[in-house]
Design a binder for this molecule. Structure first.
Ligand SMILES: NC(=O)c1ccc[n+]([C@@H]2O[C@H](COP(=O)([O-])OP(=O)(O)OC[C@H]3O[C@@H](n4cnc5c(N)ncnc54)[C@H](OP(=O)(O)O)[C@@H]3O)[C@@H](O)[C@H]2O)c1
Length: 241
């Protein structure tokens, strides 16, 4: 069974994601307010791990880059579980296997990567040497439902936070894999058209509706430090009457 997936994000009042562009907090607010409110809210959801897109994880890890050709595509597509111990998991969706870690953790969390079946034996060996766990999302790495089912059954994850960026959130939205939205609204503005927002699904036509068939039901609203507002919504899939 797949875990419950909660999309946990902080955005400006105009829903944009790049925090270094936001107007400043009112005078007297703690300088690390964004990280603090984000992490404290995450803790309160009792998840066993979190998921990010390849680009967001690239900002957090600094392994030595080595490149492998695609000629030697691996024929083994078995899940590998490193020495996770009791740690929460930090999951990247990296179909092409672009990231190099050199470690088995980020912060105190154990690294897990979701791959396509096109990655090479050398890359898989590198991940095992680093102690990074891996699993597969089908031939092209787009089968997120299968990947989430593996995460639930083989990594014993009941609840996981989907933490961006907008591109990977959009892919999960289109695949109808989001059960709850946890949105922190930062009291500030970006204002520029085209800056990434919470969901950035790149559809095939202008009339595509990646969230079709779903309704949001408000679960709770809470005011946190510095005027950040935390809203939680359940994603309801019941057909409209
Ligand atoms: N405010 C917040 O709460 C928050 C949270 C997280 C991130 N961010 C910001 O968001 C930015 C990064 O976001 P992003 O949207 O550019 O990147 P992202 O969502 O972190 O990563 C996108 C990448 O994920 C990979 N991917 C895997 N499966 C995919 C699928 N089914 N569809 C599409 N892509 C898939 C692709 O990698 P390949 O290109 O290798 O195929 C794609 O380029 C950073 O600036 C970060 O600081 C903000």
């Amino acid at each position: 069974m797949r875990p419950k997936i909660i999309c946990h994000m902080i955005g400006s009042v105009d829903g944009r994601l790049l925090s270094d562009r936001w107007t400043p907090l009112p005078e007297g607010a703690e300088p690390n307010t964004i990280l603090k409110v984000y992490d404290e809210a995450a803790q309160r959801m009792s998840a066993q791990g979190w998921i990010v897109g390849r680009k967001t994880m690239a900002d957090m890890v600094s392994g030595t880059a080595r490149s492998y050709g695609v000629a030697n595509t691996s024929r083994s597509h078995s899940t590998y579980i490193g020495n996770r111990r009791e740690r929460a998991i930090a999951v990247t969706v990296d179909p092409a296997g672009k990231l190099h870690y050199g470690t088995d953790h980020v912060g105190s969390d154990h690294l897990v990567t979701i791959l396509s079946e096109q990655v090479s034996d050398e890359y898989l060996a590198e991940l095992r040497d680093d102690g990074v766990s891996y699993l597969f999302a089908g031939a092209d790495g787009q089968d997120l439902y299968t990947a989430m089912t593996t995460l639930g059954s083989q990594f014993d994850v009941q609840t996981v936070l989907l933490e961006g960026g907008g591109t990977i959130n959009g892919a999960f939205l289109k695949a109808d894999l989001i059960d709850e939205i946890s949105l922190l609204v930062y009291p500030g503005i970006d204002g520029l058209a085209g800056v990434p927002s919470i969901f950035e699904y790149h559809g095939t036509s202008a009339d595509e509706l990646p969230a079709a068939g779903r309704t949001l039901l408000l679960l709770s609203v809470e005011t946190l430090a510095a005027g950040v507002v935390w809203m939680r919504y359940a994603v309801d899939r019941r057909p409209a009457e």
